[in-house]
Write a protein that binds this ligand. Structure first.
Ligand code: PLP
Length: 420
C-alpha cells in the first residue's frame, strides 16, 4: 500500500534511526515517552552553542544581543506553532514544570480554599495530578476526578455532575498518554466556563500529532514538552490567556523577572518574563524552535493522515492477536497512534524485553499513570507509540513480535506466524 506521505525522506532526517539493536534495525515505538531528534534540531542547538552562546537579556556585547534575538525569535516561532502571541508563551523545563508553575502560582495567589474543588480526570499523567493534590492539601480544597469508562472515554455525564459552583479549576489531558484518545476539550471547556472555573490543558501528547490552536480551543492555560515534539530535553512551554497570566503571581523568583528590587520587596516584569526566573534554557529554546520549523516544513495534513493509518494498523493488529487486552479500545474517538496493552499471562517488563530482542523499543510500566492502571485492574502495561517517521512495515514488525510473546513465554497458544 502506498503511503500518502514520503516517510523515507522524513526518516533520513533522524540519524538515530540508522541504529541497530543486536543486528536488527531499531523500531522506535517509544515516541510517547520522548521523541527522536531530527538533524535540524541537533544542528540548531550545536550551532547556537558554537556561534552565539551567551547570557540573554543582560549583556551589552554583540554575542549577548545575538543570543537574545535568537531566544526571543524562538518564542515567536513556538508561540505561532500553537496559534498564540509570544508574550503568552512562558518557557518552562517541560510540561511538569509548567503544571507545577500553574498549581503553585494559584496557591500563592490564594485563589483556592476550603470548600473549593479542583477537577481532574482519572486518566492523568502524574504530572497533572500530583501538583493538584499538593495544592488541595495546602489549601483545603477538594480534589475530584472525572471517571474513565471501560472503553477509555471520559464519563462526560459524571463530568457534568462534578463540575459545579465549587469548581475553581478543571485540568485535563488533551490526549491521555496511556489511552491515546483525544478528549472532548470543547465540552469540558463549556462545562468549566459555565461555572467560571479555570481550565488547564495538558497538551503533552497532542502537540506532536495534532494541529493546536490554543487560543481557539477555549482553555485558559496549556502546557507541553519540547522533548516530545522532536525538540531537546529541558524545555517546554506554558501558554496562557493574557488576562489569566496577568493575574498570576510568579511561582519561582530571582533574577531576570524583576523591574526593581529593594532589600524589602521586588516589582515584577509582566508575563512571560515574570514566570522565567533565573538563567533560561536558551540553546534548548532555539533548538525547540528548530523542531517546530522542521515539523512545519512538512505537509502536516499528510503527516496526520499517515499517523492515522499507523494508528489503525497498530490497534487492529493488536486486536487480532490472542491474549492481548487493549487499554482504551474504542472506535468512537479521535486518536493518536499510541496504544497501551496487556498481554495475558506475561508481565509487561518481560514483553518489553522480548520486543527489544526483536529490535522493537516500547515503554513498559505504569507510564506515570498509576490510578488509570488501577482503574483497569493492572499495575503495568506495554505502550507502543508511533511518530511521523514510523512506517507501516515497522508496525508490522512490532505486531509480529507481539504475536510471538505468549508462545515464547509458554503461555496460551502462540499465534506467531498468524500475521502475514
Ligand atoms: N503529561 C503527559 C500526558 C505526558 O505524557 C507527560 C510525559 O510523559 C507529561 C505530562 C510530563 O512531561 P515532562 O516529563 O516532559 O515534563
Amino acid at each position: 500500500m502506498t503511503l500518502p506521505f514520503d516517510v523515507a525522506a522524513v526518516r533520513a532526517d533522524f540519524p538515530i534511526l540508522e541504529t541497530e539493536i543486536d543486528g536488527q534495525p531499531l523500531v522506535y515505538l517509544d515516541s510517547g515517552a520522548t521523541s527522536q531528534k531530527p538533524r535540524a534540531v541537533l544542528d540548531a542547538e550545536r550551532e547556537f552553542l558554537e556561534r552565539a552562546n551567551s547570557a540573554v537579556h543582560r549583556g551589552a556585547h554583540t554575542l549577548a544581543a545575538d543570543a537574545t534575538e535568537l531566544f526571543e525569535d524562538a518564542r515567536i516561532t513556538v508561540a505561532e506553532f500553537v496559534g498564540a502571541e509570544p508574550e503568552q508563551l512562558v518557557w518552562t523545563s517541560g510540561a511538569t514544570g509548567g503544571l507545577n508553575l500553574i498549581a503553585g502560582s494559584l496557591g500563592y495567589a490564594g485563589r483556592l480554599g476550603e470548600g473549593d474543588e479542583i477537577v481532574v480526570t482519572e486518566a492523568e499523567h502524574h504530572a497533572n495530578l500530583i501538583p493538584w493534590q499538593e495544592l488541595a492539601a495546602r489549601t483545603g480544597a477538594r480534589l475530584r476526578h472525572i471517571p474513565v469508562l471501560d472503553d477509555g472515554m471520559l464519563d462526560m455525564h459524571a463530568a457534568a455532575d462534578l463540575i459545579g459552583e465549587r469548581t475553581k479549576v478543571v485540568a485535563f489531558p488533551h490526549v491521555s498518554n496511556v489511552l491515546g484518545i483525544v478528549n472532548p476539550v470543547a465540552k469540558l471547556v463549556t462545562l468549566a466556563r459555565g461555572v467560571g472555573a479555570l481550565t488547564v490543558l495538558d497538551a503533552c501528547q497532542s502537540a506532536p500529532h495534532l494541529a493546536l490552536d490554543l487560543p481557539a480551543s477555549g482553555v485558559d492555560l496549556a502546557v507541553f514538552s519540547g522533548h516530545k515534539i522532536y525538540g531537546p530535553y529541558g524545555i517546554g512551554a506554558l501558554w496562557g490567556r493574557d488576562e489569566v497570566l496577568e493575574a498570576l503571581p510568579p511561582f519561582t523568583t530571582g533574577g531576570s523577572m524583576i523591574t526593581t528590587v529593594s532589600l524589602d520587596k521586588a516589582e515584577y516584569l509582566p508575563p512571560p518574563q515574570r514566570f522565567e526566573a533565573g538563567t533560561q534554557p536558551v540553546s534548548q529554546a532555539v533548538a525547540l524552535a528548530a523542531a517546530v520549523r522542521w515539523l512545519g516544513g512538512h505537509d502536516l495534513d499528510a503527516a496526520r493522515a499517515h499517523e492515522a493509518l499507523l494508528e489503525t494498523r497498530m490497534r487492529e493488529g493488536l486486536r487480532s492477536i490472542d491474549g492481548i487486552r487493549l487499554l482504551g479500545d474504542t472506535d468512537a474517538a479521535e486518536r493518536i497512534a499510541l496504544q497501551a496493552f496487556a498481554v495475558d499471562g506475561v508481565h509487561a517488563h518481560d514483553v518489553g524485553q522480548f520486543l527489544d530482542s526483536r529490535g522493537v523499543a516500547v515503554r513498559v510500566g505504569h507510564h506515570c499513570a498509576q490510578p488509570l492502571h488501577r482503574r483497569f485492574g493492572l499495575t503495568a502495561s506495554v505502550r507502543a507509540s508511533a511518530a511521523i517517521h514510523t512506517t507501516e512495515e515497522e508496525i508490522d514488525t512490532f505486531l509480529d513480535a507481539v504475536s510471538g510473546v505468549r508462545g515464547f513465554f509458554g503461555v496460551g497458544a502462540s499465534t506467531a506466524g498468524a500475521r502475514a
